[in-house]
Design a binder for this molecule. Structure first.
Ligand code: SF4
Length: 323
């Protein structure tokens, strides 16, 4: 019998829920696959990481199944989404457990979860870690004191000509104005992450949330007061950044730059590879010679992390002649 707290309550009815936050793709058909429809923070981040990876994901629409961390993050998001829609006095851990139990019954039937092929022991670990992430919210704030303005707010707006799409996890009301919140089950942004072009918002996660501030201001005319990232994973932390016109302008410029770069790549139908240590985790590395070269270089220098999935793939590659 599992000792996961998620199992201790049962629910008669399944909640209405969706598995959110998997990378969204633009809905192009094969006849116009090079016609860009919109950008979202996740697609923009992927393009910035590696245009070729973006091409595999959004143009070729190759499957990029989420790993355990992504499925777990999505599950925890979903539970918190439901919890925060309750009246404030009902937002306690018993309710969270109830929603977690109901939601897990659905999650375990999804293709994303089944693809993980977890053993019973791994499922038990999944539930324990997910529960830690869910209850991690109480380490960051008292959910009963939060004044929620909206949950999972869908944004569909043109920002200076760029069609922008996205969902905001949660918008709160505060005495200073609206606060845009994003839950993250991964690690906080490393201090090593530096991008000179993003001088006003250096934290890459806060940068994404600031994009939501731009879009919300554009759509509603309301200028948010603050952006926050709530890290509910192993490293509990709240990162926040006040919104200013300077930051919104800077983030908007970055959005325009990425839009122009994507549009240019689409016109020429070429997408540059940007090999990095992340190639070791890229789902498309077996299709990508530049990524394979990078992985082999990392192996040669002893820098490919032992947990990188690429270790399992190397023997199946036809090695480039130069190696
Ligand atoms: S393997 Fe590396 S270079 Fe190739 S698509 Fe993936 S991230 Fe980009």
């Amino acid at each position: 019998m599992s000792d996961s707290p998620i199992d201790h309550l049962s629910g008669a009815d399944f909640p209405e829920q969706k598995i959110a936050d998997f990378p969204e793709a633009n809905s192009t058909d094969s006849s116009d696959k090079y016609a860009l429809r919109s950008l979202s923070p996740s697609s923009m981040a992927l393009y910035d990481e590696c245009p070729k990876k973006w091409m595999y994901r959004y143009i070729e629409k190759l499957p990029d199944p989420p790993g355990v961390a992504a499925v777990m993050g999505s599950f925890a998001h979903s539970v918190l989404e439901h919890l925060m829609q309750l009246p404030p006095e009902e937002r306690d851990q018993e309710k969270a457990r109830e929603w977690a139990t109901k939601t897990f019954k659905i999650t375990r039937l999804t293709p994303e979860f089944r693809n993980l092929e977890l053993t019973d022991e791994e499922i038990s670990d999944f539930k324990k870690q997910a529960w830690q992430a869910i209850t991690g919210l109480w380490e960051l704030e008292n959910p009963q004191e939060v004044e929620v303005a909206s949950i999972e707010q869908h944004l569909k707006v043109n920002v200076r000509g760029v069609p922008f799409r996205g969902y905001i996890d949660r918008v709160d009301k505060s005495p200073d104005g609206l606060v845009i919140n994003d839950y993250k089950s991964g690690k906080p942004t490393s201090s090593a992450w530096i991008d000179q072009s993003r001088r006003h918002v250096e934290d890459k996660h806060l940068f994404q949330v600031m994009l939501y501030a731009v879009a919300l201001a554009e759509e509603t005319g309301v200028f948010p007061a603050k952006t926050r990232v709530l890290y509910i994973g192993n490293q509990k932390q709240v990162s926040e950044e006040p919104v200013s016109e300077e930051k919104l302008a800077d983030v908007t410029d970055q959005l325009l730059n990425t839009w122009e770069a994507v549009s240019a790549d689409l016109r020429r139908r070429e997408f540059d590879a940007n090999p990095s240590a992340l190639c070791g985790w890229c789902h498309f590395v077996s299709l990508c010679p530049e990524g394979q070269m990078k992985v082999l270089e990392l192996v040669d220098t002893g820098k490919l992390k032992k947990e990188a999935p690429a270790h399992e793939l190397i023997n199946s590659w036809e090695l480039p002649k130069a190696v």
